[in-house]
Structure formats: C-alpha cells, structure tokens
Design a protein around this ligand. Structure first.
Ligand code: TXE
Length: 480
C-alpha cells in the first residue's frame, strides 16, 4: 500500500515519486510505503493553505465547529480500523489503541470544535477609554508530531489550529504515518474545504525543516525530541515565528513512606511501562523513601513481572513492540550503559522476549527495573523513552526534591503521599509543568500542558492552545 500526501483537498503522490519503507515494528516487515516528500510538496501545501485561509478564516465559529465535529464522528465510526492501523504502525497493544489513542483523537476534535464556540476576548475599561482585544487566526501554521501517540498528538495540534480559523500544513512522524493518512481520507468525507488541512509525509530533515523555514508559515507547534526542538527554535526564532515546543522528559516519581502502598505500586507500574514507556509523561526515575524502599522494590518487581509482553494484537498484551529498530537499539544501549554505570538489573534487560511466529523479527523489550545507580549518572539524566525505570532511595523531602529537579528536563512528575500538606509543598518545589498527586496521566483537556527547562516552551490545551493559534490585537477607543 502506497500512502499519499493530502494537498489542496486531493490525495497526491510526492513530486519526487520516491517512497520510504514503512515497517510494522511487531513483525519487522515492510508493509506500506510513505511519500518521500520535499520542499516542493511543502510549497504546494503552503500555497493551497494560503488560498484556503481566505475562506476558512471568514467562516463563522459555528460553521468551522460543525465540520470538525463531522471529522470527530467519522473517526469514531472508523475506530476499529484506525486502532488496528495505529497498532500495526506503532507496535502498541491493540486494546490501548482502541481504548486510548483513537478515542482521544475523537475527543481532541470535539473538545476544540466546541471550545471555539466559547472562546471570547477581553475588554478593559478606563474612565474615558475602552480597550478591546480581538483575536484573529494567524494564517498558515505548521504542526509537526511524533510517533509515540501518533493520531492522538497529531489531532491535539491540528484541531485547535483549525478551530481558531488557521489553515494547516502538518507532518506526522515518518515512523508512524498511517493514521494521519487515513485521517486525510476522513477529512475529505467530512467536507473540510480543500487546502484547509494539508498533510505532507516524509523525513524530518526534508519536510519538517521545510515547514519550519517557510516564511509564510506563521507558527510551529512541535512535539518530539529536545535536539529537534532546538533545531526548530534556531531556524524559527530569527523569523519571529510563534513556537510551541513539547520536548523530552525524565520524569520523577516520588514515593513517600506515608503513601497508600498498594495503590502506589499499581499506578506507578502503569506510569513506568504504559505504551512501552514511550510517553513523554512516563515516570522513568522512581525515588522511594528509605524506610519503605525494600518493600516497595520487592512489590514493584513482583507486579512488573506479571506484565505480559507479546504480540500487540493479542488481548493479553500489556506491552507490545517498541516503535522501530533504531529505537530498540537505543533502549538496549541504555540498559547496557546502566550496567556499566554500576546498576543492577532486577528484571527485564537486553534478553529478547520470545513472542510468537508472526512477531519473531519484532522489536520487543521486557519491562526493565534497575537499582543501585546514583541520581546524577547518565542513565538517570538522559531520556531513554522505553520500558526502563530506575529506583533509588532518599532520606528526606529535601533530598527527594533535589533528585527530582536534578535533570535538564521539567515536563512532568508524580508524588505519592497521604500527607496533604507535603503533597502541596513538594508539588510547588518541583520544576515541572505538570504534577500529579496520587494519580498519573489524568488528563483534563482544559488544563495547560507542557514543560519547563529543556522540556520546551509554551503550553498546549484549553485556552492556551487557542491563544497560541491566534494573534491578539488591542484597540483603544476614546469614549468622551
Ligand atoms: O524524534 P524527532 P525521534 C524523544 C525520545 C526519542 C527522541 C528522538 O527520547 O528517543 O526524542 O526521537 C520531525 N525539523 N521523543 O528522533 O526526530 C520528525 O520527522 C523539523 C520525545 O523520533 O524529534 C517527527 O515528525 N522536524 C517525544 C518529529 O519531528 C523534524 C516524542 C519528531 O521526531 C526535524 C518523540 C527537523 N530538523 C520522541 N527532524 C515527546 N516529547 O513525546 C525531525 N523532525
């Protein structure tokens, strides 16, 4: 199967006529081909988006909302097909695609399709003057998304951009392009006018960089690696583009002796290994108060060993394959590094799980738990982005906070304690954009989402997203 770009309302071949192999990571087999597009395809997409902007930006919020709701309905109708496509592309368990990824894509469209109906701007009164602020769409914007939550994160960007009246040139990850392609088909069915959304497939250093560098693209919303984010900022900042960068993380899980231990074990195992640990919010460094360290480690290992790593199509799978061969190799290299740094592997490691005949060439990694490392070694400082966690003891709250804040990242974290005062105190002290207390990955789409330090700039979600995708203009009128 050959995927196509979606430009000016049409599904089209890349100008180069070249294609990239698309591999199913659970089987290691090539199963489709992705357009190897370049700056010429991006140029066509930008021109289409510029033309469409005149019409789309003048539509009422209700009209735009209705079309986005149509898209949401079509994603919902095609849930099974999209979930299977996501799993074949990404390696994640099918039940996860069905329960989380595709429903969230529906929610993203519904949330922003309705949010725009309530989006209002401010006015500020002075004795003889009235200020009012308008918020207009920016024009053409670029959305670049990663492979870990493909349709989920793709729609998290394009839905607010479109709702606010922008036209979009979007690039899904070349590692997981399938559901963005299927979405293009659904957008045509939903009656999205030609050119409003354009999806250009291909490599980051060709398509992604052409989007970033294009002078008619007014803003870039990006999720991906910190290095890529730096490169995008380097090119876009001198052009004064608006930037929203959601980058890597090395999130801390802080477990205090006064936590509800059973619940904490249950939830922190999920926080460690969900989606094979390939969620930017996963807790990859666990710090446990020394008095419960041994019992925590024992129970955590026991629970982790019950997780089933198998064919993602199997209902029993808790973990499927990791996303690609290079990523598989990266994860294994970090497990080896951890051993070189003096870490002790309590379960998992570099041994390849035997899955089944279909998946004998797939990229599977057992959930891996490492102890015996200090908080400052490379294993505990660099983002691994796989099913690998470390566990370390701490002696007091100050030490726990210091460890949590010791990395260059500041995306998310979780705190486990029954002491409410401590929960607030520690949450305030941690340098992260998102903190959960006695829970993990509870998402309310109205809340600001994003990180500090090297985890990025800007926030997504709710009004933050709609403000990002609009330009405010203040008008001041003399009243008397
Ligand atoms: O991401 P890239 P990669 C982290 C994770 C992972 C590492 C690298 O640690 O191991 O990043 O992953 C596009 N200009 N995260 O290499 O390359 C690319 O085509 C413009 C964290 O896969 O950043 C894709 O569409 N775009 C993370 C998108 O950027 C460029 C999720 C992300 O890919 C580009 C994924 C360029 N020069 C990885 N180069 C999270 N925050 O959730 C690449 N791209």
């Amino acid at each position: 199967m050959k995927l196509q770009n979606y430009i000016n309302g049409q599904l089209v071949e890349p100008i180069s006529q070249n294609y990239i192999d698309n591999v199913n990571p659970a089987t290691g087999e090539v199963y489709s081909y992705i357009p190897d597009s370049d700056e010429r395809d991006v140029e066509k997409a930008v021109q289409a988006a510029k033309n469409a902007f005149k019409l789309w930006s003048r539509k009422s919020a209700q009209e735009r909302s209705q079309i986005l709701l149509n898209i949401a309905d079509l994603i919902e109708k095609n849930l099974d097909r999209l979930a299977l496509a996501e799993t074949n592309d990404n390696g994640k368990p099918l039940k996860l695609s069905k329960k989380v990824d595709i429903p969230r894509a529906v929610e993203n469209f519904r949330f922003f399709a309705t949010a725009i109906l309530h989006f209002a701007s401010e006015s500020h009164h002075q004795p003889h003057f009235l200020n009012y602020t308008t918020r207009s769409p920016l024009g053409v914007v670029g959305c670049i998304s990663p492979w870990n939550l493909p349709l989920y994160l793709f729609t998290w960007k394009i839905a607010p951009a479109l709702a606010a009246g922008n036209c979009v040139v979007a690039k899904p990850s070349e590692v997981t392009p399938m559901t963005a392609y299927l979405l293009s088909e659904l957008c045509i069915q939903a009656g999205l006018p030609a050119g409003v959304l354009n999806v250009v497939h291909g490599y980051g250093n060709k398509v992604g960089s052409a989007i970033t560098a294009h002078s008619d693209i007014k803003a870039i919303s990006f999720t991906g690696g910190t290095k890529t984010g730096q490169e995008i900022a380097r090119v876009a900042a001198p052009m004064f583009k608006k930037l929203s960068l959601e980058l890597g993380g090395k999130n801390a899980t802080l477990v205090f002796a006064d936590c509800n231990l059973e619940r904490t074990i249950n939830e922190t195992v999920t926080a460690s290994f969900a989606n094979q640990g390939q969620i930017c919010l996963c807790g990859s460094r666990i710090f446990v108060e020394r008095s419960i360290y041994d019992v925590f480690v024992e129970k955590f290992v026991e629970r982790t060993k019950k997780l089933v790593v198998t064919d993602p199509l199997d209902e029993k799978a808790n973990l499927g394959a990791v996303v690609s061969k290079p990523h598989y190799e990266k994860i294994l290299s970090y497990i080896q590094l951890a051993e070189q740094e003096g870490g002790k592997i309590l379960c998992g490691g570099t041994t390849k799980p035997i899955v089944n005949e279909r998946c004998k060439k797939g990229y599977f990694v057992y959930p891996t738990i490492i102890i015996g490392l200090n908080a400052y070694c490379r294993t505990n400082q660099e983002e691994i982005f796989g099913p690998v966690v470390t566990i370390q003891p701490f002696d007091n709250e100050e030490e726990a906070i210091e460890y949590a804040n010791s990395t260059q990242y500041g995306l998310a974290g979780s705190i486990w304690t029954e002491n409410l005062t401590r929960a607030h105190r520690v949450a305030h002290a941690i340098e992260s954009g998102i903190l959960w207390v006695n829970c993990w990955l509870v998402r309310d789409l109205r809340t600001p989402f994003g990180g500090m330090k090297q985890s990025g700039i800007g926030r997504e979600g709710g009004w933050e997203a709609l403000r990002f995708f609009t330009e405010p203009k203040n008008i001041c009128i003399q009243l008397s």
